[in-house]
Design a protein around this ligand. Structure first.
Ligand code: V47
Length: 382
Protein backbone atom coordinates (compact mmCIF):
# COMPACT_ATOMS: atom_id res chain seq x y z
CA UNK A 1 0.00 0.00 0.00
CA UNK A 2 1.25 3.52 -0.87
CA UNK A 3 2.26 5.67 2.08
CA UNK A 4 2.34 8.82 -0.06
CA UNK A 5 -0.72 10.97 0.68
CA UNK A 6 -3.09 11.05 -2.30
CA UNK A 7 -4.56 14.54 -2.65
CA UNK A 8 -7.62 15.09 -4.80
CA UNK A 9 -7.50 18.16 -7.01
CA UNK A 10 -11.17 18.78 -6.25
CA UNK A 11 -11.23 18.85 -2.47
CA UNK A 12 -9.14 18.80 0.66
CA UNK A 13 -9.62 15.03 0.75
CA UNK A 14 -6.46 13.18 1.74
CA UNK A 15 -5.79 9.50 2.13
CA UNK A 16 -2.83 7.18 2.39
CA UNK A 17 -4.99 4.41 0.86
CA UNK A 18 -4.85 4.95 -2.91
CA UNK A 19 -7.82 2.57 -3.36
CA UNK A 20 -10.06 5.24 -1.83
CA UNK A 21 -9.17 7.86 -4.43
CA UNK A 22 -11.51 6.61 -7.23
CA UNK A 23 -14.25 6.17 -4.63
CA UNK A 24 -13.73 9.77 -3.52
CA UNK A 25 -14.06 10.93 -7.13
CA UNK A 26 -17.40 9.12 -7.39
CA UNK A 27 -18.57 10.61 -4.09
CA UNK A 28 -17.72 14.15 -5.25
CA UNK A 29 -19.51 13.51 -8.57
CA UNK A 30 -22.59 12.15 -6.76
CA UNK A 31 -22.14 8.78 -8.48
CA UNK A 32 -23.40 5.54 -7.01
CA UNK A 33 -20.86 3.27 -5.32
CA UNK A 34 -20.56 -0.39 -6.32
CA UNK A 35 -20.41 -3.65 -4.38
CA UNK A 36 -16.61 -3.66 -4.75
CA UNK A 37 -16.42 -0.05 -3.54
CA UNK A 38 -18.30 -1.20 -0.45
CA UNK A 39 -15.74 -3.95 0.17
CA UNK A 40 -12.92 -1.43 -0.25
CA UNK A 41 -14.51 0.92 2.29
CA UNK A 42 -14.84 -1.92 4.80
CA UNK A 43 -11.30 -3.13 4.10
CA UNK A 44 -9.47 0.21 4.13
CA UNK A 45 -7.15 0.88 7.06
CA UNK A 46 -7.72 4.62 6.52
CA UNK A 47 -10.93 4.81 8.56
CA UNK A 48 -10.56 8.56 8.99
CA UNK A 49 -10.62 9.05 5.20
CA UNK A 50 -13.69 6.80 4.92
CA UNK A 51 -15.30 8.89 7.65
CA UNK A 52 -14.27 12.14 5.95
CA UNK A 53 -16.09 11.07 2.79
CA UNK A 54 -19.19 10.01 4.74
CA UNK A 55 -19.16 13.32 6.59
CA UNK A 56 -18.89 15.15 3.27
CA UNK A 57 -22.07 13.41 2.06
CA UNK A 58 -23.80 14.00 5.39
CA UNK A 59 -23.05 17.73 5.27
CA UNK A 60 -24.09 17.92 1.61
CA UNK A 61 -27.47 16.45 2.62
CA UNK A 62 -28.09 18.02 6.03
CA UNK A 63 -25.44 20.65 6.75
CA UNK A 64 -24.95 20.67 10.51
CA UNK A 65 -28.53 19.78 11.38
CA UNK A 66 -28.79 16.75 13.65
CA UNK A 67 -32.12 15.19 14.45
CA UNK A 68 -33.47 13.68 17.62
CA UNK A 69 -36.93 12.90 18.92
CA UNK A 70 -38.85 12.62 22.15
CA UNK A 71 -40.11 9.07 22.10
CA UNK A 72 -41.03 6.18 24.32
CA UNK A 73 -40.37 2.51 23.68
CA UNK A 74 -43.09 0.02 24.61
CA UNK A 75 -42.41 -3.73 24.46
CA UNK A 76 -45.80 -5.35 25.14
CA UNK A 77 -44.44 -8.91 25.49
CA UNK A 78 -41.11 -10.73 25.55
CA UNK A 79 -42.72 -14.12 24.93
CA UNK A 80 -41.48 -15.31 21.58
CA UNK A 81 -41.65 -18.47 19.49
CA UNK A 82 -38.52 -17.63 17.51
CA UNK A 83 -35.61 -18.38 19.93
CA UNK A 84 -33.10 -16.44 17.80
CA UNK A 85 -29.44 -16.95 18.63
CA UNK A 86 -28.94 -13.17 18.39
CA UNK A 87 -31.47 -12.34 21.08
CA UNK A 88 -31.43 -12.05 24.88
CA UNK A 89 -34.90 -10.54 25.12
CA UNK A 90 -37.27 -13.30 23.99
CA UNK A 91 -38.60 -15.94 26.41
CA UNK A 92 -40.34 -19.23 25.66
CA UNK A 93 -44.01 -19.47 26.71
CA UNK A 94 -44.13 -20.63 30.34
CA UNK A 95 -40.70 -19.18 31.25
CA UNK A 96 -41.08 -17.45 34.66
CA UNK A 97 -39.27 -14.34 33.35
CA UNK A 98 -41.65 -14.02 30.43
CA UNK A 99 -44.20 -11.18 30.57
CA UNK A 100 -47.17 -9.96 28.59
CA UNK A 101 -48.72 -6.60 29.39
CA UNK A 102 -52.45 -6.38 29.91
CA UNK A 103 -53.79 -3.63 27.64
CA UNK A 104 -54.37 -1.25 30.58
CA UNK A 105 -50.77 -1.83 31.66
CA UNK A 106 -49.45 -1.03 28.18
CA UNK A 107 -51.51 2.18 28.06
CA UNK A 108 -50.28 3.16 31.54
CA UNK A 109 -46.67 2.43 30.51
CA UNK A 110 -47.15 4.75 27.55
CA UNK A 111 -47.95 7.64 29.88
CA UNK A 112 -45.26 6.98 32.47
CA UNK A 113 -41.67 7.93 33.18
CA UNK A 114 -41.14 11.24 31.42
CA UNK A 115 -42.35 14.74 32.03
CA UNK A 116 -42.29 16.08 28.45
CA UNK A 117 -44.91 15.14 25.87
CA UNK A 118 -43.63 12.36 23.61
CA UNK A 119 -44.21 12.59 19.86
CA UNK A 120 -43.68 8.89 19.12
CA UNK A 121 -44.43 5.47 20.59
CA UNK A 122 -41.98 2.86 19.30
CA UNK A 123 -43.66 -0.52 19.81
CA UNK A 124 -41.99 -3.87 19.19
CA UNK A 125 -42.13 -7.20 20.98
CA UNK A 126 -41.81 -10.97 20.82
CA UNK A 127 -43.68 -13.27 18.44
CA UNK A 128 -46.22 -14.48 21.00
CA UNK A 129 -47.75 -17.86 20.13
CA UNK A 130 -51.21 -17.06 21.53
CA UNK A 131 -51.85 -13.30 21.39
CA UNK A 132 -54.34 -12.66 18.58
CA UNK A 133 -54.08 -9.81 16.09
CA UNK A 134 -57.00 -8.18 17.98
CA UNK A 135 -54.77 -7.67 21.04
CA UNK A 136 -52.37 -5.57 18.96
CA UNK A 137 -55.21 -3.72 17.19
CA UNK A 138 -56.79 -2.90 20.57
CA UNK A 139 -53.41 -1.86 21.99
CA UNK A 140 -52.86 0.61 19.15
CA UNK A 141 -56.41 1.96 18.95
CA UNK A 142 -56.42 2.42 22.74
CA UNK A 143 -53.21 4.43 22.49
CA UNK A 144 -54.66 6.58 19.71
CA UNK A 145 -57.72 7.41 21.81
CA UNK A 146 -55.57 8.33 24.81
CA UNK A 147 -52.74 10.07 22.89
CA UNK A 148 -54.25 11.27 19.59
CA UNK A 149 -51.26 13.48 18.69
CA UNK A 150 -48.60 10.81 19.18
CA UNK A 151 -47.22 9.00 16.11
CA UNK A 152 -47.36 5.22 16.46
CA UNK A 153 -44.32 3.49 14.92
CA UNK A 154 -45.13 -0.14 15.55
CA UNK A 155 -44.27 -3.72 14.63
CA UNK A 156 -41.31 -4.85 12.56
CA UNK A 157 -41.78 -6.56 9.20
CA UNK A 158 -41.16 -9.83 11.08
CA UNK A 159 -44.03 -9.13 13.48
CA UNK A 160 -46.35 -8.04 10.67
CA UNK A 161 -45.66 -11.26 8.73
CA UNK A 162 -46.14 -13.34 11.90
CA UNK A 163 -49.43 -11.63 12.82
CA UNK A 164 -50.69 -12.13 9.26
CA UNK A 165 -49.89 -15.85 9.36
CA UNK A 166 -51.52 -16.33 12.75
CA UNK A 167 -54.66 -14.43 11.70
CA UNK A 168 -54.74 -16.29 8.35
CA UNK A 169 -54.75 -12.98 6.51
CA UNK A 170 -52.55 -11.67 3.72
CA UNK A 171 -49.83 -9.18 4.62
CA UNK A 172 -51.86 -6.50 2.86
CA UNK A 173 -55.03 -7.29 4.85
CA UNK A 174 -53.02 -7.25 8.06
CA UNK A 175 -51.41 -3.92 7.23
CA UNK A 176 -54.83 -2.45 6.42
CA UNK A 177 -56.15 -3.53 9.81
CA UNK A 178 -53.09 -2.12 11.56
CA UNK A 179 -53.52 1.16 9.72
CA UNK A 180 -57.22 1.33 10.66
CA UNK A 181 -56.25 0.77 14.30
CA UNK A 182 -53.78 3.67 14.18
CA UNK A 183 -50.33 2.41 13.17
CA UNK A 184 -48.63 5.31 11.37
CA UNK A 185 -45.28 3.78 10.34
CA UNK A 186 -42.97 0.88 11.07
CA UNK A 187 -39.63 0.53 12.81
CA UNK A 188 -36.68 -1.08 11.04
CA UNK A 189 -36.03 -4.14 13.20
CA UNK A 190 -35.86 -7.77 12.21
CA UNK A 191 -33.75 -7.17 9.09
CA UNK A 192 -30.62 -8.55 10.83
CA UNK A 193 -28.51 -9.81 7.87
CA UNK A 194 -30.32 -10.90 4.73
CA UNK A 195 -27.71 -13.41 3.48
CA UNK A 196 -29.15 -16.92 4.01
CA UNK A 197 -25.90 -18.45 5.31
CA UNK A 198 -25.89 -15.98 8.23
CA UNK A 199 -29.62 -15.54 8.74
CA UNK A 200 -30.26 -19.27 8.98
CA UNK A 201 -27.84 -19.39 11.93
CA UNK A 202 -28.63 -16.21 13.88
CA UNK A 203 -32.42 -16.21 13.47
CA UNK A 204 -33.53 -19.35 11.67
CA UNK A 205 -37.21 -19.12 12.67
CA UNK A 206 -37.76 -15.62 11.34
CA UNK A 207 -38.98 -14.76 7.84
CA UNK A 208 -36.11 -14.87 5.36
CA UNK A 209 -34.43 -11.84 3.84
CA UNK A 210 -36.62 -11.75 0.74
CA UNK A 211 -39.79 -11.94 2.84
CA UNK A 212 -38.57 -9.06 5.00
CA UNK A 213 -37.87 -6.97 1.91
CA UNK A 214 -41.16 -7.95 0.25
CA UNK A 215 -43.12 -7.00 3.38
CA UNK A 216 -41.38 -3.63 3.47
CA UNK A 217 -42.00 -3.16 -0.26
CA UNK A 218 -45.71 -3.85 0.19
CA UNK A 219 -45.98 -1.58 3.24
CA UNK A 220 -44.31 1.26 1.29
CA UNK A 221 -46.61 0.71 -1.68
CA UNK A 222 -49.57 1.05 0.70
CA UNK A 223 -48.20 4.41 1.82
CA UNK A 224 -46.44 3.44 5.06
CA UNK A 225 -42.96 4.78 5.73
CA UNK A 226 -40.55 2.51 7.58
CA UNK A 227 -36.98 2.28 8.78
CA UNK A 228 -34.40 -0.40 8.08
CA UNK A 229 -31.69 -1.92 10.27
CA UNK A 230 -28.70 -4.22 9.97
CA UNK A 231 -27.30 -6.27 12.83
CA UNK A 232 -23.51 -6.45 12.55
CA UNK A 233 -20.64 -7.71 14.66
CA UNK A 234 -21.45 -11.45 14.91
CA UNK A 235 -20.74 -14.09 12.22
CA UNK A 236 -21.31 -11.95 9.13
CA UNK A 237 -18.46 -10.90 6.83
CA UNK A 238 -17.95 -7.76 4.76
CA UNK A 239 -19.60 -9.34 1.68
CA UNK A 240 -22.73 -10.03 3.76
CA UNK A 241 -22.77 -6.43 4.99
CA UNK A 242 -22.43 -4.94 1.52
CA UNK A 243 -25.04 -7.37 0.16
CA UNK A 244 -27.44 -6.29 2.92
CA UNK A 245 -26.97 -2.59 2.25
CA UNK A 246 -27.34 -2.93 -1.52
CA UNK A 247 -30.48 -5.03 -1.22
CA UNK A 248 -31.99 -2.25 0.88
CA UNK A 249 -30.80 0.32 -1.66
CA UNK A 250 -32.54 -1.62 -4.47
CA UNK A 251 -35.89 -1.65 -2.65
CA UNK A 252 -35.49 2.02 -1.83
CA UNK A 253 -34.97 2.79 -5.55
CA UNK A 254 -38.30 1.12 -6.17
CA UNK A 255 -40.41 2.49 -3.30
CA UNK A 256 -38.67 5.47 -1.66
CA UNK A 257 -40.41 4.33 1.54
CA UNK A 258 -37.44 3.93 3.88
CA UNK A 259 -36.73 6.96 6.01
CA UNK A 260 -33.75 6.01 8.10
CA UNK A 261 -31.10 3.32 8.23
CA UNK A 262 -29.95 2.17 11.67
CA UNK A 263 -26.89 -0.08 11.97
CA UNK A 264 -27.21 -2.14 15.17
CA UNK A 265 -24.10 -3.55 16.88
CA UNK A 266 -24.55 -7.06 18.20
CA UNK A 267 -24.57 -7.29 22.02
CA UNK A 268 -23.63 -10.89 22.90
CA UNK A 269 -24.31 -11.07 26.66
CA UNK A 270 -27.07 -13.52 27.66
CA UNK A 271 -27.45 -14.76 24.08
CA UNK A 272 -26.43 -18.19 22.74
CA UNK A 273 -23.57 -16.35 20.98
CA UNK A 274 -22.13 -14.95 24.22
CA UNK A 275 -18.66 -16.25 23.33
CA UNK A 276 -18.35 -13.50 20.69
CA UNK A 277 -16.64 -10.22 21.59
CA UNK A 278 -18.50 -6.91 21.56
CA UNK A 279 -17.81 -4.62 18.62
CA UNK A 280 -15.06 -2.01 18.95
CA UNK A 281 -15.44 1.73 18.51
CA UNK A 282 -13.81 1.88 15.10
CA UNK A 283 -15.97 -0.95 13.76
CA UNK A 284 -19.06 0.98 14.90
CA UNK A 285 -17.84 4.24 13.42
CA UNK A 286 -16.82 2.64 10.13
CA UNK A 287 -20.25 0.96 9.90
CA UNK A 288 -21.96 4.34 10.18
CA UNK A 289 -19.67 5.81 7.51
CA UNK A 290 -20.02 2.95 5.01
CA UNK A 291 -23.80 3.00 5.46
CA UNK A 292 -23.90 6.73 4.65
CA UNK A 293 -21.76 6.21 1.54
CA UNK A 294 -23.54 3.15 0.09
CA UNK A 295 -27.12 4.13 0.94
CA UNK A 296 -27.20 7.18 -1.34
CA UNK A 297 -31.01 7.05 -1.53
CA UNK A 298 -31.64 7.00 2.23
CA UNK A 299 -32.22 10.44 3.70
CA UNK A 300 -31.05 9.59 7.21
CA UNK A 301 -28.45 7.47 9.01
CA UNK A 302 -29.18 7.02 12.69
CA UNK A 303 -26.50 6.58 15.36
CA UNK A 304 -28.78 4.90 17.91
CA UNK A 305 -27.18 6.04 21.16
CA UNK A 306 -28.70 3.24 23.25
CA UNK A 307 -26.83 0.70 21.18
CA UNK A 308 -23.62 2.63 20.41
CA UNK A 309 -23.27 4.39 23.79
CA UNK A 310 -23.74 8.18 23.89
CA UNK A 311 -19.98 8.75 23.41
CA UNK A 312 -19.65 6.71 20.20
CA UNK A 313 -22.99 8.02 18.91
CA UNK A 314 -21.74 11.56 19.37
CA UNK A 315 -18.56 10.83 17.40
CA UNK A 316 -20.69 9.19 14.70
CA UNK A 317 -22.24 12.63 14.07
CA UNK A 318 -18.90 13.52 12.42
CA UNK A 319 -18.72 10.22 10.46
CA UNK A 320 -21.96 10.23 8.47
CA UNK A 321 -24.80 10.08 11.00
CA UNK A 322 -27.42 12.85 11.17
CA UNK A 323 -29.79 11.38 13.78
CA UNK A 324 -29.36 10.12 17.36
CA UNK A 325 -32.87 8.70 17.91
CA UNK A 326 -34.60 9.72 21.06
CA UNK A 327 -35.32 9.92 24.73
CA UNK A 328 -36.45 6.23 24.63
CA UNK A 329 -37.22 6.29 28.42
CA UNK A 330 -37.09 2.52 28.92
CA UNK A 331 -35.07 0.10 26.78
CA UNK A 332 -35.24 -3.69 27.15
CA UNK A 333 -33.74 -5.41 24.07
CA UNK A 334 -30.16 -4.15 24.51
CA UNK A 335 -30.20 -4.09 28.28
CA UNK A 336 -31.20 -7.78 28.40
CA UNK A 337 -28.13 -8.34 26.17
CA UNK A 338 -25.76 -6.53 28.50
CA UNK A 339 -25.96 -2.88 27.39
CA UNK A 340 -24.66 -0.51 30.10
CA UNK A 341 -26.16 2.63 28.57
CA UNK A 342 -28.73 4.65 30.55
CA UNK A 343 -32.39 3.65 30.09
CA UNK A 344 -33.27 7.03 28.68
CA UNK A 345 -31.99 10.56 28.05
CA UNK A 346 -33.60 13.95 28.38
CA UNK A 347 -33.96 16.43 25.53
CA UNK A 348 -31.35 18.54 27.27
CA UNK A 349 -28.81 15.70 27.35
CA UNK A 350 -29.37 14.86 23.69
CA UNK A 351 -28.99 18.52 22.71
CA UNK A 352 -25.74 18.72 24.66
CA UNK A 353 -24.26 15.72 22.82
CA UNK A 354 -25.22 17.28 19.50
CA UNK A 355 -24.06 20.81 20.30
CA UNK A 356 -20.70 19.66 21.65
CA UNK A 357 -20.16 17.76 18.38
CA UNK A 358 -20.43 21.16 16.65
CA UNK A 359 -23.83 20.33 15.20
CA UNK A 360 -27.23 21.99 15.39
CA UNK A 361 -29.93 19.99 17.21
CA UNK A 362 -33.36 19.79 15.65
CA UNK A 363 -36.21 18.02 17.36
CA UNK A 364 -38.19 16.06 14.79
CA UNK A 365 -41.29 13.92 14.76
CA UNK A 366 -41.13 10.41 13.30
CA UNK A 367 -41.57 11.73 9.75
CA UNK A 368 -38.82 14.36 10.20
CA UNK A 369 -41.09 17.37 10.55
CA UNK A 370 -39.64 20.00 12.89
CA UNK A 371 -41.19 20.02 16.37
CA UNK A 372 -41.54 23.07 18.56
CA UNK A 373 -42.79 22.66 22.09
CA UNK A 374 -44.14 24.29 25.16
CA UNK A 375 -43.66 22.70 28.57
CA UNK A 376 -46.34 20.03 28.24
CA UNK A 377 -47.30 20.01 24.56
CA UNK A 378 -45.78 20.21 21.10
CA UNK A 379 -46.50 21.52 17.61
CA UNK A 380 -45.35 19.75 14.43
CA UNK A 381 -44.48 21.94 11.45
CA UNK A 382 -45.98 20.33 8.33
O1 V47 B 1 -34.46 -6.48 15.20
C1 V47 B 1 -31.93 -7.98 19.15
C2 V47 B 1 -31.76 -6.12 17.44
C3 V47 B 1 -33.62 -4.99 16.89
C4 V47 B 1 -29.93 -7.93 19.92
O2 V47 B 1 -36.67 1.81 13.58
C5 V47 B 1 -30.08 -6.91 18.99
O3 V47 B 1 -36.19 3.63 14.63
C6 V47 B 1 -27.95 -6.24 19.33
O4 V47 B 1 -34.89 -2.50 15.37
N1 V47 B 1 -27.72 -7.24 20.22
C7 V47 B 1 -34.77 -4.21 17.48
N2 V47 B 1 -29.10 -6.08 18.69
C8 V47 B 1 -34.41 -2.73 17.66
C9 V47 B 1 -34.66 -1.95 16.41
C10 V47 B 1 -34.64 -0.46 16.47
C11 V47 B 1 -33.99 0.20 17.48
C12 V47 B 1 -34.02 1.60 17.48
C13 V47 B 1 -34.69 2.31 16.53
C14 V47 B 1 -35.34 1.62 15.52
C15 V47 B 1 -36.12 2.40 14.50
C16 V47 B 1 -35.32 0.23 15.47
O5 V47 B 1 -32.66 -5.15 17.90
C17 V47 B 1 -33.86 -6.39 16.43
C18 V47 B 1 -32.46 -6.93 16.36
O6 V47 B 1 -31.86 -6.60 15.16
N3 V47 B 1 -31.31 -6.99 18.52
N4 V47 B 1 -31.09 -8.57 20.02
C19 V47 B 1 -28.68 -8.09 20.56
N5 V47 B 1 -28.44 -9.07 21.42
Amino acid sequence: MSVEPVVSSRSPFRTYDARLEPIAEKVFAGERLSFDDGLTLYGSSDVLAVGWLANHVRERMHGDVTYFNVNRHINPTNVCVAACRLCAFGRKKGDPSGYTMALEEAWETAASGYSEAVTEFHIVGGLHPDLPLEYFLDLVSGLKVRFPKVHIKAFTMVEVAFLARRAKLTIEETLLKLREAGVDSMPGGGAEIFATRVRSFICDHKIDGDEWLNTARLAHKMGFRSNATMLYGHIENNEDRVDHLLRLRNVQDETGGFQTFIPLAFHPENTPMDHLPVTTGLTDIRQIAVSRLLLDNFAHIKAYWQMLTPKIAQIALRFGADDLDGTVIEEKIYHDAGAKTPQGMTRKELCRLITEAGRVPMERDTLYHAVTRTEDSFVVAV
